[in-house]
Design a protein around this ligand. Structure first.
Ligand code: SF4
Length: 121
């Protein structure tokens, strides 16, 4: 995962250490609780922090792409939400075999709906 820093759940009962803001969207990953495992151990050795670290997990087109060390194959959470496979190329990439999913969203009639900013009244 490209993520930069760990974040922890704010629930007092659950102190999960997360590799990005939304990885619990990936139901195939498990996450560790900092009250049960040292943070350094989670950072370096946990499943959730290592599943998509580096480039070995990548398949083509990412594996052979010149941009793989720049964008790290895109967002793992987004890939999982849209394809059901967290190791898939992020569908927002034009090289993704799943790009049609994004194109369908962008061309759907609702794509013309007016944007409303949060807090705007
Ligand atoms: S997401 Fe697209 S641009 Fe990025 S590494 Fe994969 S194929 Fe290349």
């Amino acid at each position: 995962m490209r993520s930069c820093a760990a974040s922890a759940s704010t629930s007092p009962a659950v102190f999960l250490v997360l590799p990005c803001p939304a990885p619990t969207a990936i139901s195939t990953l498990s996450f560790d609780n900092v009250r049960e495992r040292p943070l350094a151990d989670i950072w370096y050795h946990s499943e959730s922090f290592n599943a998509y670290r580096g480039e070995d997990w990548m398949r083509d087109p990412c594996r052979s792409c010149d941009r793989r060390s720049i964008d790290f194959g895109g967002c793992r959470c987004q890939a999982f939400q849209l394809t059901g496979d967290a190791a898939a190329t992020d569908p927002v990439c034009r090289l993704s075999p799943d790009r049609v999913l994004i194109d369908q969203i962008l061309t759907a009639p609702s794509a013309d709906a007016e944007f409303v900013m949060r807090g705007a009244r």
